[in-house]
Design a protein. Sequence first.
Length: 359
Amino acid sequence: MSARRVTGTLLFACVAASLLAGIAGGLFRLGIVASEGAWLGRAALAHAALMMCGFLGTVIGVERAVAARRRLAFAAPLLSGAGGLLLLQGAHAAASLALVAAAVAFVAVNVLLLRRQRAPHTVLLLASACAWCAGNLLFATGAATGAVLPWWFAFLVMTVAAERLEMTRLMRRRPAAQPALAFVLALLTLGAALSAVWLQGGGVLFGAALAALAAWLFTFDIARRTVRADGLPRYMAACLLAGYAWLAAGGVAWVATALGAPARDLALHALGLGFLASMILGHAPVILPAIARIKLQFGPVFYAPLAVLHLSLLLRLGAGLVDFDARRTGGLLNALALALFALTVVGAAFAWRRRHALP
């Protein structure tokens, strides 16, 4: 087996393990899954780290490594993937060290990419890598969740903003658009930093910046145009616009939580599932062929998991605010939506192979 295939297999195993354990840990927190072993309790405790570092950090690291076209660039996703596995083993110190090393390596990869192409989106990608590094350093030192999570969300949100900035770089925008984005993201960074020393003030600033970013994306993203197209462009636009709505809701809920309202679940999962999962569903048909060399046959069936995801979020984060049973049901349907999307991707891969098979 070639070194590339071994690396790919290891990365897939790490990503799958962190994702499945993260989902199981979330369901355990909601009381849906009973504990069958110590690993499930560890998955519940490390739910955020597994999903945001072990899963998403590794996937984004692979994407950047493919763009860098350097073998050493795969050190970042391999280290973050290993960090997820170590968290499941209860080796917190080793996992923290691996995640810090992953973030440092990821910063180096983005420095390389910035040197190759100096553009606003590559600058923003480097800034997002630095945010991940800050969050992982705080996680390693045992900082409070309220100090760590803003940096992890800043990493992921800025990564999405950079990708959308790259996708729309050929669009004609008003001259103030790019400075406005830079200002909003500066406020986001300041809010994340301030959260470590003044949770209320930092939380208000961070949430307000998230809501402002949603407004910027609604205003300037090309999805407003492509939603009127057909096929894959329309599906991607639907995912993006729905995600931006959840980003706005998450920002408002983050502010409310900082001011003492019981909106923490809404803030975290409007961002983590409503926004970020929508980005995954929307970009997967484009990114998977690029990084995993998997061809997908797009069809209307892709809308099914998207609909289940958002309807289940409305149940969990709407009625679930006052009814814990509704929250649990919504959480279970969240997991089923992700499983349905995975099955849709597998089915689309087989459909493409059948359609393009040699006679």
